[in-house]
Design a binder for this molecule. Structure first.
Ligand SMILES: Nc1ncnc2c1ncn2[C@@H]1O[C@H](COP(=O)(O)OP(=O)(O)OP(=O)(O)O)[C@@H](O)[C@H]1O
Length: 367
């Protein structure tokens, strides 16, 4: 179950030449700087733009050398920067607009109104007119409407870009919630890495009309040769499980693959899954375990790769665990310290984690 796409051609003076695969579940982000071709790729997938190539979803070919299925025959939901809701219809009627045209014509109903209302928190809004909704609420309705048209693929083009910071923060938890339960894959266009890290599990990195890299988010984040590792906010997002609590100190123990972190606050019941983000600038490396230090988290790890970023900085990839078999973290350290400690790939070190952000509800915790 997956999407395969290859598009080649020119748009005015812009040359697009991309090929990528996306898994049949979860959120795949198309990420890259402005003008790199993200929207054009999405439009090609939707059939709104016709370039040469081939595209198939679960083996169902939407485009190849001989065929080109028109947009209205592709089972897609499309969410734009701004939801263009029908002003004369209530929220409920807006939501059901596409539903009638699909379920009403025999398409099996895999996404139901009640589920969408529940997931997107729309119950209070159902009888309202779109004119009386905030920007964030309108976008939630737009997402719900797209889902209720029973798409087999949901396309989202910068759905948060037109919202102010406050509305963005309001809508993100709803999108995160959809993430785990949606029966359809999502292609999500954004140029905001923080947003992508919160929502996506697969990444297609674009630059100047080409694919720079594609793969699981964690793998790409921990590749020091990619442009995202050069961003000031470079880091990794990792799955974690609540392992226990140190109630006397108000701390939660989180288990990562190959390591354990103590973070402030009660992050839920034992066994609960969490997604944490650890910034490269929040990790320092030591040859010895930290004693006589206030640092809480000092994890055995092995340096698996390193790259000089500029005159001052090195970017190292460390794999957690004494054998270096666990999750990979990025560590940005100065070249001076790197040389002073005689660090090199293959060495065993201690990764001192100074801060952990819980990405799924935006909590920031200093460790
Ligand atoms: N129909 C078209 N005719 C001519 N040029 C086009 C057309 N569509 C896109 N382009 C050009 O292709 C390039 C890529 O545009 P696109 O909107 O796909 O980029 P993007 O990565 O989505 O950018 P942004 O993040 O700013 O939305 C741009 O230089 C744009 O001007």
């Amino acid at each position: 179950m997956s999407l395969t796409a290859r598009f080649q051609g020119t748009l005015g003076r812009f040359a697009l030449d991309v090929a990528f695969e996306a898994p049949g579940r979860g959120v795949t982000a198309l990420f890259g700087p402005s003008g790199c071709g993200k929207t054009s790729v999405l439009r090609c997938v939707a059939g709104l733009q016709r370039l040469g190539g081939r595209m198939a979803l679960d083996g169902d070919v939407w485009q190849d050398e001989r065929h080109f299925r028109p947009t209205h025959k592709r089972p897609i939901g499309y969410v734009f920067q701004e939801a263009s809701l029908f002003p004369h219809l209530s929220v409920r009627s807006n939501l059901l607009f596409g539903h009638r045209r699909t379920v009403g014509r025999g398409v099996p109903e895999s996404i139901r109104l009640d589920d969408v209302v529940d997931l997107l928190g729309l119950a209070r809004l159902l009888d309202r007119s779109p004119e009386h909704l905030s920007g964030g609420e309108r976008q939630r309705v737009g997402v719900g409407r797209a889902l209720l048209s029973q798409p087999r693929l949901l396309l989202m083009d910068e759905p948060l870009a037109a919202l102010d910071r406050f509305s963005k923060e309001e809508i993100l938890p709803y999108l995160e919630r959809l993430h785990g339960v949606l029966p359809v894959p999502v292609l999500y266009v954004s140029h905001d890495i923080a947003e992508v890290e919160r929502l996506a599990d697969h990444l297609v990195l674009l630059r100047e009309g080409r694919v720079v890299a594609a793969g699981p988010m964690q793998d790409l984040q921990a590749d020091p040769s990619l442009p995202i590792a050069r961003m000031p906010e470079a880091g990794v997002t990792l799955p974690a499980v609540v392992e226990g609590h140190e109630e006397a100190y108000g701390l939660t123990a989180l288990r990562l693959e190959g390591g354990r972190l103590l973070v402030p606050g009660n992050l839920g019941a034992v066994g609960a899954g969490r997604r944490v983000r650890i910034a490269a600038s929040d990790i320092s490396l030591a040859r010895q375990p930290s004693t006589g230090s206030t640092i809480l988290n000092s994890l055995p790890a092995r340096i698996v790769a390193a790259e000089r970023q500029d005159e001052v900085q090195m970017m190292a990839v460390v794999a957690l665990g004494a054998e270096g078999q666990g999750a990979r973290l990025l560590a940005r350290v100065t070249r001076k310290s790197w040389d002073a400690l005689g660090l090199a790939a293959g060495q065993d070190v201690f990764a001192q984690v100074k801060g952990v952000a819980l990405v799924q509800d935006g909590l920031q915790a200093e460790g």
